[in-house]
Design a protein around this ligand. Sequence first.
Ligand SMILES: [Zn+2]
Length: 272
Amino acid sequence: MPIEHTEAIVIRTVDFSETSLVLTLFTRDFGKVRGIAKGARQLKNSFDSSLDLLTRISVSLIRKNSDALDLLTEAKLIHRFRPGSAGIPGLYAGYYLAELLFVMTEEGDAMPELYDRAAAALARFEEGKQVEEQLILFPWELMTLSGERPSTGECVACGNPIPFEREIRRSRRIGFSMPDGGAVCADCQKTRGFRQLAAVDPRALRWLDRLGEGAPPALPEEAPLRREIQSLTDWMIDAKCGRVPKTRSQVRQALAEQAQNQNPRHEENQTD
Ligand SMILES: [Zn+2]
C-alpha cells in the first residue's frame, strides 16, 4: 500500500505497549484517523518526539482498509501546543477542542477547512486571546462545516427571517428547539408543536447568528446573556455528542478562576 503524507493535530494518545502508541489524529486530508506508531515510546524513533496531545505534525502513514489501525511510519514536528501567558484556561481550552474533534467528527471524513479553523483556534488559546469566544465559535464552525448547524436567523418551520430587532424592542423571547433544528418564529409556535422548545433572549440568538468567518465579536458584558449564548452552544454540542464532554467543566473552572484573579470582585458566578 502506498505511503500517504498529510498534516495532522494529535487529538488523543494512548500507550499501547512498552514501545508503541495508539494515536487519534485529526488530519487535513483524511479527517479523523486512528493509527499505531510502533517504537514511538523508545528513545530513538522516527517520530521526532512530536506525538504529544495537540502537537501539529507532518505525518506519513499507510492507510488500512476496514477497521484496522493505520500505520504511522514517520512524523515531524510542525508546532508544539504551549499556552504561554494564557496559562491554564488556554491549556484546558485546547483539551476541550481535542475532545470535540474526537467526539464530533467521523473517521475518514476529510474537512480541510475545519482543520485550518482548529489550528487557528489553538493559536488563539496559546495567546490567551478570546478564549471564551473561540470556545463558542469553534463548535458552531464545526456544525456549519458538517452541514448540521442549527438555524439561528430563520424559522425552521416556515423559513421566514427571525425579526431580531423587533423582538428585542418588545423584550420578547424567541422559540428555539435543538431537536427540531433551531429558531421558531412566534407564528409557527402557535400553530405547530416543537420538541424541547426553549425561550431564548433574541440578543443571544442574534450574537450567534452573526458568527461567521474571521474573529468572533466580543461576548456581551452582561453575565446572563453570556450564559445564554454558552448554554445554547452547550446544548448543541451535547445533542451532537449524546453526552456532556468530560473536559468542559475543567475549562469553565479555569476561566472562572482567571476572572476571579483578574477581578476579585467579579460578580459572575459560572455554573454548568
Ligand atoms: Zn415560522
